[in-house]
Write a protein that binds this ligand. Sequence first.
Ligand code: DAU
Length: 353
Amino acid sequence: MKALVLSGGKGTRLRPITHTSAKQLVPIANKPILFYGLEAIAKARIVKVGIVVGDTHSEIKASVGNGSAWGLKVTYIPQEAPLGLAHAVKISQNFIGRDNFVMFLGDNLLRDGIESFVKDFEEKRPNAQILLAPVSHPEQFGVAELSHGKVKRLEEKPKKPKSNLALVGVYMFDSHIFEAVSKIKPSRRNELEITDAIQYLIDKKYTVTPHVVTGWWKDTGKLEDLLEANRLVLESIKPRNGGTVDSKSKIEGNVIIEKNAKILGSRIRGPVMIGEHSVIKNSYVGPYTSVYHHTTLENCEVEHSIVLENSRIENVRRIESSLIGQNATVIKSSSQPSAYRIMIGDSSRVEVP
Ligand code: DAU
């Protein structure tokens, strides 16, 4: 059994963050999303992993390396452009060979990992196995229509979904998928869709079995989903303090303070994570916030947000439900005239009171 992790693509919905970085490397509870997938694969005792990479290949390679940190053996598979999930499968045929494999979308996060999913596949030996989860907006996903427990039809982002069962970004295949990806044609959005490739298998009477996910699942393609994934992961953290908390500070609930982080005259109400070398001074950090490393918060309130590395927030009344990128500065200025002075990247969004 091998694994194929998809870490190419464009990440248009997370611009401007993804103008400069891979969307799979945005941290959730201070750990890149992609690492959760790699951990899940290692836990399912799969060792050989192919990672499909695109424009952000050097950043992904720099973070994951040869995979030995997880006991994995990683091979990088360059994709010339994001031509679709089925295209990514097509170009990975040499790496997969005749093995069965699990395909894992690098921006997906599953609470319970993939062990039971892999075990189910190995026991039942279908030609493909898909993972499904009930969602409130099925039109944003691939959608499955079941009949008597069997997969009848799959449709990619249908306008009128036939069910609320979304295709989770984790799939298992045997070699027949290579026949399917070579037969299908590009979709309306001009991608080779894995949904169409699986529909091909169904039409050819190959066995495609559904497996419904039990714990939560998140596709982290949009800001709300990132914040929600961050909230869900923070819910289960165990408190730890590797940094410094002065006597004027108050820590409530589950809070992780990493090495060399400093909490000075501040109130932290968990669940919260404060990364290495970050400084929180005269501030309030509220529930469901992750502050990554080397970041400074001073005289401000931040809640339900993700703040990335090397950033600075100072003298700002309150920030909520926000994603602050790397090396960003948000400060109150006293210079006249009193006005918003903003330099934000392309495709950014700022809401002011
Ligand atoms: O997250 C689940 C959904 O993922 C499924 O419900 C859909 O059926 C499936 O098509 C897919 O939809 P998305 O539109 O969310 O896929 P996205 O373009 O975000 O790509 C998913 C991951 O695969 C992401 O980490 C980028 C990577 N990717 C994507 C494409 C199109 C590649 O590596 N190469 C590609 O060509």
